[in-house]
Design a protein around this ligand. Structure first.
Ligand SMILES: Cc1cc2nc3c(=O)[nH]c(=O)nc-3n(C[C@H](O)[C@H](O)[C@H](O)COP(=O)(O)OP(=O)(O)OC[C@H]3O[C@@H](n4cnc5c(N)ncnc54)[C@H](O)[C@@H]3O)c2cc1C
Length: 495
Protein backbone atom coordinates (compact mmCIF):
# COMPACT_ATOMS: atom_id res chain seq x y z
CA UNK A 1 0.00 0.00 0.00
CA UNK A 2 1.31 3.42 -0.91
CA UNK A 3 0.54 6.03 1.76
CA UNK A 4 1.09 9.77 1.28
CA UNK A 5 0.55 12.37 3.96
CA UNK A 6 2.46 15.36 2.65
CA UNK A 7 -0.06 17.99 1.45
CA UNK A 8 2.04 18.74 -1.66
CA UNK A 9 1.82 15.10 -2.71
CA UNK A 10 -1.91 14.73 -2.26
CA UNK A 11 -3.23 18.07 -3.41
CA UNK A 12 -4.07 16.78 -6.91
CA UNK A 13 -6.61 14.52 -5.24
CA UNK A 14 -8.26 17.32 -3.30
CA UNK A 15 -10.43 18.61 -6.14
CA UNK A 16 -12.17 17.38 -9.29
CA UNK A 17 -13.09 18.95 -12.63
CA UNK A 18 -15.71 21.11 -10.88
CA UNK A 19 -12.84 22.93 -9.17
CA UNK A 20 -14.45 22.27 -5.79
CA UNK A 21 -11.53 21.99 -3.36
CA UNK A 22 -10.85 20.51 0.05
CA UNK A 23 -8.03 21.16 2.47
CA UNK A 24 -9.25 18.72 5.07
CA UNK A 25 -7.70 15.32 4.52
CA UNK A 26 -5.36 13.24 6.68
CA UNK A 27 -3.78 10.97 4.09
CA UNK A 28 -3.97 9.38 0.66
CA UNK A 29 -3.97 5.57 0.49
CA UNK A 30 -3.22 3.79 -2.77
CA UNK A 31 -3.85 0.06 -2.29
CA UNK A 32 -1.99 -2.21 -4.70
CA UNK A 33 -4.03 -5.37 -4.08
CA UNK A 34 -7.65 -6.14 -3.15
CA UNK A 35 -6.44 -7.60 0.17
CA UNK A 36 -4.79 -4.30 1.07
CA UNK A 37 -8.00 -2.47 0.21
CA UNK A 38 -10.14 -4.86 2.28
CA UNK A 39 -7.82 -4.40 5.25
CA UNK A 40 -8.02 -0.62 4.88
CA UNK A 41 -11.84 -0.66 4.69
CA UNK A 42 -12.13 -2.95 7.73
CA UNK A 43 -9.77 -0.70 9.72
CA UNK A 44 -11.73 2.42 8.70
CA UNK A 45 -15.03 0.76 9.59
CA UNK A 46 -13.82 -0.31 13.02
CA UNK A 47 -12.36 3.13 13.74
CA UNK A 48 -15.09 5.15 12.00
CA UNK A 49 -12.60 6.84 9.67
CA UNK A 50 -14.28 8.45 6.61
CA UNK A 51 -12.99 7.10 3.27
CA UNK A 52 -13.46 9.06 0.07
CA UNK A 53 -13.05 7.05 -3.12
CA UNK A 54 -11.08 8.66 -5.89
CA UNK A 55 -11.51 7.77 -9.54
CA UNK A 56 -9.87 9.84 -12.27
CA UNK A 57 -11.22 13.12 -10.85
CA UNK A 58 -13.15 14.24 -13.95
CA UNK A 59 -16.41 14.45 -11.99
CA UNK A 60 -18.25 17.78 -11.98
CA UNK A 61 -19.98 17.72 -8.58
CA UNK A 62 -17.14 17.27 -6.07
CA UNK A 63 -17.99 13.59 -5.48
CA UNK A 64 -14.39 12.44 -4.99
CA UNK A 65 -13.40 15.46 -2.92
CA UNK A 66 -13.00 14.52 0.76
CA UNK A 67 -14.63 16.55 3.52
CA UNK A 68 -12.58 14.71 6.18
CA UNK A 69 -10.74 11.43 6.81
CA UNK A 70 -8.65 9.80 4.09
CA UNK A 71 -8.72 9.42 0.31
CA UNK A 72 -8.54 5.97 -1.28
CA UNK A 73 -7.28 6.11 -4.85
CA UNK A 74 -8.10 3.05 -6.95
CA UNK A 75 -5.49 3.90 -9.58
CA UNK A 76 -3.58 0.61 -9.26
CA UNK A 77 -6.65 -1.38 -10.34
CA UNK A 78 -6.17 -0.52 -13.97
CA UNK A 79 -6.19 -3.77 -15.93
CA UNK A 80 -8.32 -4.95 -18.81
CA UNK A 81 -9.05 -8.50 -17.65
CA UNK A 82 -10.92 -10.47 -20.29
CA UNK A 83 -12.66 -10.01 -23.61
CA UNK A 84 -15.21 -12.64 -24.59
CA UNK A 85 -15.74 -12.03 -28.28
CA UNK A 86 -18.49 -14.62 -28.61
CA UNK A 87 -20.59 -13.29 -25.72
CA UNK A 88 -19.50 -9.71 -26.49
CA UNK A 89 -18.47 -8.92 -22.94
CA UNK A 90 -15.42 -7.19 -21.53
CA UNK A 91 -14.23 -7.57 -17.93
CA UNK A 92 -12.21 -4.66 -16.55
CA UNK A 93 -10.86 -3.35 -13.28
CA UNK A 94 -12.34 -0.11 -12.05
CA UNK A 95 -9.55 2.28 -12.98
CA UNK A 96 -9.35 1.47 -16.69
CA UNK A 97 -10.28 4.66 -18.52
CA UNK A 98 -12.97 4.94 -21.18
CA UNK A 99 -10.32 5.90 -23.71
CA UNK A 100 -8.38 2.72 -22.94
CA UNK A 101 -11.53 0.63 -23.26
CA UNK A 102 -12.52 2.10 -26.64
CA UNK A 103 -8.96 1.85 -28.01
CA UNK A 104 -8.73 -1.77 -26.91
CA UNK A 105 -12.12 -2.69 -28.40
CA UNK A 106 -11.41 -0.97 -31.71
CA UNK A 107 -8.82 -3.67 -32.47
CA UNK A 108 -11.68 -6.21 -32.38
CA UNK A 109 -14.15 -4.06 -34.30
CA UNK A 110 -16.19 -3.60 -31.11
CA UNK A 111 -17.21 -0.66 -28.95
CA UNK A 112 -18.79 0.17 -25.59
CA UNK A 113 -21.80 2.48 -26.17
CA UNK A 114 -21.79 4.81 -23.10
CA UNK A 115 -19.83 7.92 -24.05
CA UNK A 116 -19.53 10.79 -21.58
CA UNK A 117 -17.80 13.66 -23.39
CA UNK A 118 -14.76 13.35 -21.12
CA UNK A 119 -12.96 10.11 -22.01
CA UNK A 120 -10.22 10.19 -19.35
CA UNK A 121 -12.68 9.12 -16.67
CA UNK A 122 -12.34 5.72 -14.99
CA UNK A 123 -14.96 3.07 -15.73
CA UNK A 124 -15.59 2.81 -11.96
CA UNK A 125 -16.34 6.54 -11.86
CA UNK A 126 -18.78 6.22 -14.78
CA UNK A 127 -20.59 3.33 -13.05
CA UNK A 128 -20.67 5.16 -9.72
CA UNK A 129 -22.29 8.15 -11.45
CA UNK A 130 -24.27 6.20 -14.09
CA UNK A 131 -22.63 8.47 -16.67
CA UNK A 132 -24.19 9.11 -20.05
CA UNK A 133 -23.42 11.13 -23.15
CA UNK A 134 -24.44 11.96 -26.70
CA UNK A 135 -25.13 8.32 -27.63
CA UNK A 136 -27.50 7.91 -24.66
CA UNK A 137 -30.31 8.86 -27.02
CA UNK A 138 -29.98 5.48 -28.71
CA UNK A 139 -28.20 3.36 -26.12
CA UNK A 140 -29.34 4.60 -22.71
CA UNK A 141 -26.99 5.40 -19.84
CA UNK A 142 -24.18 3.32 -18.33
CA UNK A 143 -26.50 1.05 -16.27
CA UNK A 144 -27.85 -0.69 -19.38
CA UNK A 145 -24.35 -1.86 -20.30
CA UNK A 146 -23.30 -3.43 -16.99
CA UNK A 147 -23.64 -7.22 -16.69
CA UNK A 148 -21.97 -7.62 -13.32
CA UNK A 149 -19.94 -5.82 -10.66
CA UNK A 150 -17.39 -6.91 -8.09
CA UNK A 151 -18.23 -4.76 -5.08
CA UNK A 152 -16.52 -4.19 -1.75
CA UNK A 153 -19.00 -3.21 0.96
CA UNK A 154 -18.12 -0.93 3.90
CA UNK A 155 -18.14 -4.00 6.22
CA UNK A 156 -15.24 -5.46 4.21
CA UNK A 157 -17.35 -8.06 2.36
CA UNK A 158 -16.48 -8.43 -1.31
CA UNK A 159 -19.13 -9.91 -3.58
CA UNK A 160 -19.91 -10.43 -7.24
CA UNK A 161 -23.27 -8.95 -8.17
CA UNK A 162 -24.68 -10.24 -11.46
CA UNK A 163 -27.54 -8.69 -13.39
CA UNK A 164 -30.78 -10.72 -13.40
CA UNK A 165 -29.91 -12.62 -10.21
CA UNK A 166 -31.21 -10.60 -7.25
CA UNK A 167 -34.51 -8.73 -7.52
CA UNK A 168 -36.63 -6.83 -5.01
CA UNK A 169 -40.08 -8.16 -4.22
CA UNK A 170 -42.02 -4.98 -4.59
CA UNK A 171 -40.01 -2.63 -2.39
CA UNK A 172 -38.24 -5.29 -0.27
CA UNK A 173 -34.84 -6.84 -0.77
CA UNK A 174 -33.94 -10.15 0.93
CA UNK A 175 -30.83 -11.91 -0.31
CA UNK A 176 -27.82 -13.87 0.78
CA UNK A 177 -24.27 -13.32 -0.47
CA UNK A 178 -21.75 -16.14 -1.14
CA UNK A 179 -20.33 -15.75 2.35
CA UNK A 180 -23.75 -16.64 3.78
CA UNK A 181 -24.51 -13.15 5.07
CA UNK A 182 -28.20 -12.23 4.77
CA UNK A 183 -29.24 -8.76 3.69
CA UNK A 184 -32.80 -7.55 4.15
CA UNK A 185 -34.02 -3.97 3.73
CA UNK A 186 -36.83 -1.85 2.34
CA UNK A 187 -36.81 0.67 -0.48
CA UNK A 188 -38.52 4.06 -0.25
CA UNK A 189 -41.88 4.44 -1.94
CA UNK A 190 -41.64 7.26 -4.48
CA UNK A 191 -41.55 7.84 -8.23
CA UNK A 192 -38.34 8.82 -9.94
CA UNK A 193 -38.78 11.45 -12.65
CA UNK A 194 -39.50 9.89 -16.04
CA UNK A 195 -36.57 11.61 -17.74
CA UNK A 196 -32.85 10.88 -18.06
CA UNK A 197 -31.85 11.07 -14.40
CA UNK A 198 -28.72 10.76 -12.23
CA UNK A 199 -30.08 12.32 -9.03
CA UNK A 200 -30.04 10.02 -6.00
CA UNK A 201 -30.46 6.26 -5.82
CA UNK A 202 -32.22 4.38 -8.60
CA UNK A 203 -35.34 2.97 -6.94
CA UNK A 204 -38.13 0.98 -8.55
CA UNK A 205 -40.49 -1.77 -7.38
CA UNK A 206 -39.15 -5.25 -8.30
CA UNK A 207 -35.83 -3.71 -9.31
CA UNK A 208 -32.54 -5.52 -9.89
CA UNK A 209 -30.09 -5.03 -7.00
CA UNK A 210 -27.26 -4.13 -9.40
CA UNK A 211 -29.16 -0.98 -10.37
CA UNK A 212 -29.10 0.25 -6.77
CA UNK A 213 -25.29 0.24 -6.78
CA UNK A 214 -24.97 1.79 -10.24
CA UNK A 215 -25.29 5.56 -9.82
CA UNK A 216 -25.00 5.46 -6.01
CA UNK A 217 -21.92 7.74 -6.18
CA UNK A 218 -19.74 5.43 -4.10
CA UNK A 219 -21.95 5.76 -1.03
CA UNK A 220 -22.96 2.06 -0.82
CA UNK A 221 -19.88 0.17 -1.94
CA UNK A 222 -16.60 0.35 -3.84
CA UNK A 223 -16.75 -0.95 -7.40
CA UNK A 224 -13.64 -3.02 -8.08
CA UNK A 225 -14.44 -4.73 -11.37
CA UNK A 226 -17.18 -4.73 -13.96
CA UNK A 227 -18.30 -6.90 -16.84
CA UNK A 228 -19.45 -4.64 -19.65
CA UNK A 229 -21.64 -5.45 -22.63
CA UNK A 230 -20.03 -4.39 -25.88
CA UNK A 231 -21.31 -4.33 -29.46
CA UNK A 232 -20.05 -4.42 -33.01
CA UNK A 233 -18.76 -1.23 -34.58
CA UNK A 234 -21.18 0.10 -37.18
CA UNK A 235 -20.14 -0.21 -40.80
CA UNK A 236 -20.41 3.51 -41.32
CA UNK A 237 -21.51 6.71 -39.60
CA UNK A 238 -23.59 9.54 -40.93
CA UNK A 239 -22.53 12.71 -39.18
CA UNK A 240 -23.66 16.24 -39.96
CA UNK A 241 -24.28 19.61 -38.38
CA UNK A 242 -27.53 21.25 -39.43
CA UNK A 243 -28.18 24.98 -39.00
CA UNK A 244 -31.54 26.52 -38.15
CA UNK A 245 -32.67 30.14 -37.91
CA UNK A 246 -35.35 29.31 -35.44
CA UNK A 247 -35.37 27.23 -32.25
CA UNK A 248 -38.92 25.86 -32.81
CA UNK A 249 -37.88 24.50 -36.20
CA UNK A 250 -34.83 22.83 -34.71
CA UNK A 251 -36.91 21.20 -32.00
CA UNK A 252 -39.47 20.01 -34.61
CA UNK A 253 -36.59 18.26 -36.35
CA UNK A 254 -35.51 16.69 -33.05
CA UNK A 255 -39.05 15.52 -32.23
CA UNK A 256 -39.69 13.93 -35.60
CA UNK A 257 -36.28 12.33 -36.07
CA UNK A 258 -36.32 10.56 -32.67
CA UNK A 259 -40.00 9.54 -32.87
CA UNK A 260 -40.33 5.74 -33.08
CA UNK A 261 -43.61 6.09 -35.02
CA UNK A 262 -42.57 8.78 -37.41
CA UNK A 263 -44.20 7.23 -40.45
CA UNK A 264 -42.85 5.82 -43.68
CA UNK A 265 -41.45 8.99 -45.22
CA UNK A 266 -38.78 9.31 -42.49
CA UNK A 267 -38.68 5.69 -41.32
CA UNK A 268 -34.96 5.22 -42.03
CA UNK A 269 -33.95 8.08 -39.78
CA UNK A 270 -32.70 6.71 -36.45
CA UNK A 271 -30.17 9.04 -34.78
CA UNK A 272 -27.79 7.88 -32.10
CA UNK A 273 -26.97 11.48 -31.15
CA UNK A 274 -28.83 14.79 -31.40
CA UNK A 275 -26.78 17.57 -29.82
CA UNK A 276 -27.77 21.21 -29.58
CA UNK A 277 -25.81 24.49 -29.77
CA UNK A 278 -27.41 27.90 -29.28
CA UNK A 279 -26.03 31.05 -30.91
CA UNK A 280 -23.88 31.85 -27.87
CA UNK A 281 -22.31 28.40 -27.96
CA UNK A 282 -21.70 28.91 -31.69
CA UNK A 283 -20.01 32.25 -30.97
CA UNK A 284 -17.53 30.43 -28.72
CA UNK A 285 -17.04 27.67 -31.26
CA UNK A 286 -16.56 30.07 -34.17
CA UNK A 287 -13.14 30.99 -32.76
CA UNK A 288 -12.02 27.45 -33.65
CA UNK A 289 -14.52 26.38 -36.36
CA UNK A 290 -14.98 29.16 -38.86
CA UNK A 291 -17.94 27.50 -40.59
CA UNK A 292 -20.26 28.15 -37.64
CA UNK A 293 -19.63 31.90 -37.54
CA UNK A 294 -22.85 33.97 -37.54
CA UNK A 295 -25.13 30.94 -37.25
CA UNK A 296 -28.13 31.02 -34.90
CA UNK A 297 -28.82 27.43 -33.85
CA UNK A 298 -27.10 24.19 -34.74
CA UNK A 299 -27.85 20.51 -34.29
CA UNK A 300 -25.31 17.71 -34.56
CA UNK A 301 -26.96 14.61 -35.98
CA UNK A 302 -25.23 11.22 -35.92
CA UNK A 303 -26.60 7.90 -37.19
CA UNK A 304 -24.99 4.49 -37.51
CA UNK A 305 -25.27 2.29 -40.56
CA UNK A 306 -24.95 -1.44 -39.93
CA UNK A 307 -26.51 -2.91 -43.05
CA UNK A 308 -24.19 -4.65 -45.52
CA UNK A 309 -25.83 -3.12 -48.59
CA UNK A 310 -25.01 0.14 -46.95
CA UNK A 311 -24.25 2.39 -49.92
CA UNK A 312 -27.75 2.06 -51.18
CA UNK A 313 -29.16 2.45 -47.68
CA UNK A 314 -26.96 5.43 -46.89
CA UNK A 315 -28.27 7.26 -49.96
CA UNK A 316 -31.86 6.56 -48.94
CA UNK A 317 -31.25 7.78 -45.36
CA UNK A 318 -29.62 10.95 -46.67
CA UNK A 319 -32.56 11.52 -48.99
CA UNK A 320 -35.04 11.23 -46.08
CA UNK A 321 -32.84 13.40 -43.89
CA UNK A 322 -32.69 16.19 -46.43
CA UNK A 323 -36.46 16.04 -46.84
CA UNK A 324 -36.91 16.35 -43.08
CA UNK A 325 -34.39 19.20 -42.81
CA UNK A 326 -36.24 21.02 -45.53
CA UNK A 327 -39.66 20.36 -43.94
CA UNK A 328 -38.33 21.84 -40.67
CA UNK A 329 -36.89 24.90 -42.44
CA UNK A 330 -33.29 23.92 -41.72
CA UNK A 331 -30.65 25.47 -43.92
CA UNK A 332 -30.34 22.82 -46.66
CA UNK A 333 -27.64 24.75 -48.52
CA UNK A 334 -25.21 25.05 -45.64
CA UNK A 335 -25.12 21.65 -43.98
CA UNK A 336 -21.73 20.71 -42.48
CA UNK A 337 -21.55 17.14 -43.74
CA UNK A 338 -18.86 14.61 -42.80
CA UNK A 339 -17.65 12.86 -45.95
CA UNK A 340 -14.89 10.77 -44.37
CA UNK A 341 -13.44 9.72 -41.02
CA UNK A 342 -11.43 12.92 -40.70
CA UNK A 343 -14.63 14.97 -41.04
CA UNK A 344 -16.45 12.73 -38.53
CA UNK A 345 -13.66 13.36 -36.04
CA UNK A 346 -13.71 17.10 -36.74
CA UNK A 347 -17.42 17.23 -35.90
CA UNK A 348 -16.78 15.23 -32.72
CA UNK A 349 -14.04 17.69 -31.82
CA UNK A 350 -16.52 20.51 -32.49
CA UNK A 351 -18.95 18.99 -29.95
CA UNK A 352 -16.22 18.28 -27.42
CA UNK A 353 -14.61 21.73 -27.73
CA UNK A 354 -17.52 23.70 -26.35
CA UNK A 355 -16.91 22.93 -22.66
CA UNK A 356 -13.18 23.56 -23.01
CA UNK A 357 -13.77 26.90 -24.78
CA UNK A 358 -16.28 28.04 -22.16
CA UNK A 359 -13.92 26.97 -19.35
CA UNK A 360 -11.01 28.80 -21.01
CA UNK A 361 -13.09 31.98 -21.22
CA UNK A 362 -14.12 31.60 -17.59
CA UNK A 363 -10.59 31.22 -16.27
CA UNK A 364 -9.15 33.94 -18.58
CA UNK A 365 -11.71 36.44 -17.30
CA UNK A 366 -11.62 35.19 -13.72
CA UNK A 367 -15.34 34.37 -13.78
CA UNK A 368 -17.39 31.57 -12.23
CA UNK A 369 -19.61 29.34 -14.33
CA UNK A 370 -23.01 28.40 -12.94
CA UNK A 371 -23.77 25.30 -14.97
CA UNK A 372 -26.98 23.28 -14.96
CA UNK A 373 -27.51 19.59 -15.69
CA UNK A 374 -31.31 19.65 -15.84
CA UNK A 375 -33.62 17.45 -17.95
CA UNK A 376 -37.38 17.90 -18.34
CA UNK A 377 -40.07 15.85 -20.11
CA UNK A 378 -40.25 16.48 -23.88
CA UNK A 379 -43.60 18.26 -23.73
CA UNK A 380 -42.04 20.94 -21.51
CA UNK A 381 -38.63 21.27 -23.09
CA UNK A 382 -39.26 24.32 -25.29
CA UNK A 383 -41.05 26.17 -22.49
CA UNK A 384 -38.24 25.36 -20.07
CA UNK A 385 -35.47 26.49 -22.44
CA UNK A 386 -37.28 29.76 -23.14
CA UNK A 387 -37.87 30.31 -19.43
CA UNK A 388 -34.14 29.97 -18.69
CA UNK A 389 -33.14 32.30 -21.55
CA UNK A 390 -35.74 34.91 -20.59
CA UNK A 391 -34.70 34.90 -16.92
CA UNK A 392 -31.04 35.41 -17.84
CA UNK A 393 -31.89 38.16 -20.30
CA UNK A 394 -34.07 39.92 -17.71
CA UNK A 395 -31.15 39.90 -15.24
CA UNK A 396 -28.57 40.72 -17.95
CA UNK A 397 -26.63 37.53 -17.20
CA UNK A 398 -24.64 36.11 -20.09
CA UNK A 399 -25.40 32.44 -20.82
CA UNK A 400 -24.58 29.65 -23.19
CA UNK A 401 -26.72 26.59 -23.95
CA UNK A 402 -25.65 23.30 -25.48
CA UNK A 403 -26.02 19.59 -24.96
CA UNK A 404 -28.11 16.50 -25.24
CA UNK A 405 -31.34 17.85 -26.71
CA UNK A 406 -32.26 14.36 -27.96
CA UNK A 407 -32.80 13.50 -24.28
CA UNK A 408 -34.29 16.93 -23.45
CA UNK A 409 -31.22 17.59 -21.37
CA UNK A 410 -29.20 20.76 -21.75
CA UNK A 411 -26.09 22.17 -20.14
CA UNK A 412 -27.38 25.68 -19.72
CA UNK A 413 -24.42 27.62 -18.33
CA UNK A 414 -24.74 31.06 -16.80
CA UNK A 415 -21.61 33.21 -17.00
CA UNK A 416 -22.08 35.95 -14.39
CA UNK A 417 -19.68 38.87 -14.73
CA UNK A 418 -19.22 39.81 -11.06
CA UNK A 419 -20.07 38.82 -7.50
CA UNK A 420 -23.51 40.39 -7.56
CA UNK A 421 -24.41 38.66 -10.82
CA UNK A 422 -23.04 35.43 -9.41
CA UNK A 423 -25.49 35.66 -6.52
CA UNK A 424 -28.31 36.33 -8.96
CA UNK A 425 -27.24 33.36 -11.09
CA UNK A 426 -27.26 31.11 -8.03
CA UNK A 427 -30.81 32.23 -7.30
CA UNK A 428 -31.80 31.60 -10.90
CA UNK A 429 -30.26 28.14 -10.70
CA UNK A 430 -32.59 27.37 -7.82
CA UNK A 431 -35.57 28.77 -9.77
CA UNK A 432 -34.63 26.62 -12.77
CA UNK A 433 -34.47 23.53 -10.56
CA UNK A 434 -37.87 24.27 -9.01
CA UNK A 435 -39.40 24.87 -12.43
CA UNK A 436 -37.90 21.64 -13.82
CA UNK A 437 -39.15 19.64 -10.83
CA UNK A 438 -42.66 21.09 -11.25
CA UNK A 439 -42.53 19.96 -14.85
CA UNK A 440 -41.58 16.41 -13.80
CA UNK A 441 -37.87 16.79 -14.53
CA UNK A 442 -34.61 16.28 -12.66
CA UNK A 443 -31.95 18.62 -11.34
CA UNK A 444 -29.24 16.22 -12.52
CA UNK A 445 -29.53 14.17 -15.66
CA UNK A 446 -25.95 12.91 -15.80
CA UNK A 447 -23.36 14.38 -13.43
CA UNK A 448 -24.96 13.22 -10.17
CA UNK A 449 -25.32 15.13 -6.91
CA UNK A 450 -21.92 14.77 -5.24
CA UNK A 451 -21.43 17.56 -2.74
CA UNK A 452 -22.25 20.50 -4.97
CA UNK A 453 -25.86 19.74 -5.93
CA UNK A 454 -27.19 18.58 -2.56
CA UNK A 455 -29.18 21.74 -1.88
CA UNK A 456 -31.02 21.26 -5.19
CA UNK A 457 -31.45 17.51 -4.70
CA UNK A 458 -33.42 18.29 -1.54
CA UNK A 459 -35.93 20.15 -3.68
CA UNK A 460 -36.79 16.98 -5.59
CA UNK A 461 -38.10 14.82 -2.77
CA UNK A 462 -39.90 15.12 0.57
CA UNK A 463 -37.97 14.78 3.83
CA UNK A 464 -39.59 11.34 4.29
CA UNK A 465 -38.29 10.10 0.96
CA UNK A 466 -34.82 11.46 1.68
CA UNK A 467 -34.90 9.79 5.10
CA UNK A 468 -35.94 6.47 3.58
CA UNK A 469 -33.26 6.76 0.92
CA UNK A 470 -30.66 7.48 3.59
CA UNK A 471 -31.79 4.36 5.50
CA UNK A 472 -30.36 2.31 2.60
CA UNK A 473 -27.05 4.13 3.01
CA UNK A 474 -27.11 3.42 6.74
CA UNK A 475 -28.04 -0.21 6.18
CA UNK A 476 -24.94 -0.89 4.08
CA UNK A 477 -22.71 1.60 5.88
CA UNK A 478 -23.86 1.97 9.52
CA UNK A 479 -20.72 3.91 10.48
CA UNK A 480 -21.16 6.23 7.50
CA UNK A 481 -17.55 5.87 6.43
CA UNK A 482 -17.92 5.67 2.66
CA UNK A 483 -18.02 8.87 0.57
CA UNK A 484 -19.40 10.91 3.44
CA UNK A 485 -21.12 14.03 2.21
CA UNK A 486 -22.17 12.69 -1.19
CA UNK A 487 -25.82 12.97 -2.30
CA UNK A 488 -27.37 13.73 1.12
CA UNK A 489 -27.23 17.08 2.97
CA UNK A 490 -24.91 17.32 6.00
CA UNK A 491 -27.72 16.95 8.55
CA UNK A 492 -28.14 13.31 7.47
CA UNK A 493 -24.46 12.48 8.08
CA UNK A 494 -24.35 14.35 11.37
CA UNK A 495 -26.88 12.10 13.14
C1 LIG B 1 -15.21 18.21 -19.98
C2 LIG B 1 -16.08 17.23 -19.24
C3 LIG B 1 -17.15 16.63 -19.90
C4 LIG B 1 -17.95 15.72 -19.22
N1 LIG B 1 -18.99 15.16 -19.90
C5 LIG B 1 -19.78 14.25 -19.28
C6 LIG B 1 -20.86 13.65 -20.00
O1 LIG B 1 -21.09 13.89 -21.18
N2 LIG B 1 -21.63 12.77 -19.32
C7 LIG B 1 -21.40 12.45 -18.01
O2 LIG B 1 -22.14 11.62 -17.46
N3 LIG B 1 -20.39 13.00 -17.32
C8 LIG B 1 -19.57 13.89 -17.92
N4 LIG B 1 -18.54 14.46 -17.24
C9 LIG B 1 -18.35 14.13 -15.81
C10 LIG B 1 -17.38 12.96 -15.53
O3 LIG B 1 -16.55 12.70 -16.62
C11 LIG B 1 -18.14 11.72 -15.15
O4 LIG B 1 -18.89 11.98 -13.98
C12 LIG B 1 -17.27 10.49 -14.87
O5 LIG B 1 -18.12 9.39 -14.77
C13 LIG B 1 -16.41 10.58 -13.62
O6 LIG B 1 -15.44 9.54 -13.62
P1 LIG B 1 -14.08 9.68 -12.78
O7 LIG B 1 -13.33 8.40 -12.87
O8 LIG B 1 -13.34 10.88 -13.18
O9 LIG B 1 -14.68 9.81 -11.32
P2 LIG B 1 -14.32 10.80 -10.13
O10 LIG B 1 -14.53 12.20 -10.50
O11 LIG B 1 -12.99 10.44 -9.57
O12 LIG B 1 -15.45 10.33 -9.10
C14 LIG B 1 -16.81 10.53 -9.38
C15 LIG B 1 -17.63 9.86 -8.27
O13 LIG B 1 -17.55 8.43 -8.39
C16 LIG B 1 -17.01 7.85 -7.19
N5 LIG B 1 -16.18 6.74 -7.63
C17 LIG B 1 -15.17 6.77 -8.54
N6 LIG B 1 -14.71 5.53 -8.75
C18 LIG B 1 -15.42 4.69 -7.95
C19 LIG B 1 -15.42 3.28 -7.72
N7 LIG B 1 -14.59 2.47 -8.37
N8 LIG B 1 -16.30 2.77 -6.82
C20 LIG B 1 -17.18 3.59 -6.16
N9 LIG B 1 -17.22 4.91 -6.34
C21 LIG B 1 -16.36 5.47 -7.23
C22 LIG B 1 -16.23 8.98 -6.53
O14 LIG B 1 -16.10 8.78 -5.15
C23 LIG B 1 -17.10 10.17 -6.87
O15 LIG B 1 -18.20 10.24 -5.99
C24 LIG B 1 -17.69 15.38 -17.87
C25 LIG B 1 -16.60 15.94 -17.23
C26 LIG B 1 -15.80 16.86 -17.89
C27 LIG B 1 -14.62 17.44 -17.18
Amino acid sequence: MIVKKDFELIQNYLSDASNYKSTNCDALYIPETYDELIELVEWANQNKIPLTISGAGTGLVGGRVPLEGVIVSLEKFNKILELNQEQKTLRVQCFVTLNEIQNFLREYNLFYPPDPTEKNCSIGGTIATNASGARTLKYGSTRKWINSLKILLPNGEMFELKRDEIFAEGLSFNFQTNSGKIYSFKLPDFQMPKVKNAAGYFIHPDMDLIDLFIGSEGTLGIILEAELKVIEQPKDLLSLVIFFENFDNLYDFVSISRDKNKGKEYSLINPRALEFFDNKALEFLASKFNKVANKKFALWFEQEIYNSSFNDLKDKIIEQLFELISKCNGNVDEIWFAFNEKDVNEIKDFRHSISALVNEYISKNDLKKVGTDIAVPSNYFKEFYRYCCAKCEEKLINYVGYGHIGNDHLHFNMLPSDKMQNELAQKLYRDFCIKAIEMGGTISAEHGIGKLKRAYFELMYTENVLNDMFKIKKYFDPNLILNRGNIFPDRFYDV
